[in-house]
Design a binder for this molecule. Structure first.
Ligand code: IPE
Ligand code: IPE
Ligand code: MG
Length: 247
């Protein structure tokens, strides 16, 4: 079935997920299969990012969250880290105008203070340039770890309580969620992980409490909009109960 046929199908099949999150995995294996260095896999992964952004807009998704670089990824060899950082800068520089034209609001979530100054500047520029857009919110998770995000929220709450601006009995789920990077986004409805790995790898631990998970065997550089649409079709066939008895 073509991507267009899939899109037509999912439009009548059920509700479109408001928020889709993706753990973009498998670049290294994609390169290894071709006996190429890992950074070549990362470079080819940029094409897939373009595809899913366009696909998400076409399908009417409101928020697309992409896990691009984890806190744990800082433990990779320095050559791979610098390749990833320059690709990030290159992606942002190349795509900024296109994203702007598409009506995409870009946001970067994570410990951006750890980025090299040029990457950080590029990130800040695109975030500022696209801040007014409303068609799609693109959350790029860079230097992100969910446990770090959660402990940061806990620390903020502790500071506010110590300062007397927050009472302990005001600390509820809403107050906690309000101190996460994702404070103004709905929780993901659908989480896709590519490359067949069946784990969360420290991504959005709080936010995925009732998210539907779809594991795709496709390696990230081969992931296209049709794979996104297939995942949405699978999502639409799920019965989301949120702990309630079946209807
Ligand atoms: C995903 O691909 C990109 C990042 C984590 C930055 P990997 O680099 O993890 O590729 P594999 O898992 O080794 O195939
Ligand atoms: C998760 O992939 C992080 C990103 C996709 C950015 P990893 O490849 O780093 O995760 P593990 O090591 O397989 O769990
Ligand atoms: Mg991986």
């Amino acid at each position: 079935m073509s991507a267009q046929d899939l899109l037509d199908r999912l439009r009548v099949h059920g509700a479109i997920p408001r928020h889709v999150a993706i753990i973009m995995d498998g670049n290294g294996r994609w390169a290894r299969e071709r006996m190429l260095p890992r950074p070549v896999g990362h470079r080819n992964g940029m094409k897939a990012v373009r595809e899913v952004v366009e696909g998400a807009i076409e399908a009417g998704v409101e928020v697309l969250s992409l896990f691009a670089f984890s806190q744990e990824n800082w433990q990779r060899p320095p050559v791979e880290i610098s390749a990833l950082m320059s690709l990030l800068e290159e992606y942002i520089q190349k795509e900024a105008d296109e994203l702007e034209a598409q009506g995409v609001r870009v946001r970067v979530l994570g410990d951006v203070a750890r980025l090299v100054p040029t990457a950080r500047a590029a990130v800040e520029r695109v975030v500022g340039q696209t801040a007014h857009n409303t068609k799609l919110t693109l959350n790029l998770f860079i230097s992100y770890g969910s446990r770090a995000e959660l402990t940061r929220a806990a620390r903020r709450i502790a500071e506010e309580v110590a300062a007397g601006t927050l009472r302990p009995d005001e600390v509820d789920e809403q107050a906690f969620a309000a101190r996460l990077y994702t404070h103004d986004c709905p929780d993901p409805d659908l989480l896709i992980r590519t490359s067949g790995e069946k784990r969360i790898s420290n991504f959005l631990l709080w936010q995925v409490a009732y998210t539907e998970l779809v594991i795709s065997p496709v390696l990230w550089p081969d992931f296209g909009r049709r794979h996104l649409y297939e995942a949405i079709l699978e999502y639409q066939s799920r019965d989301r109960r949120f702990g309630r008895a079946p209807a």
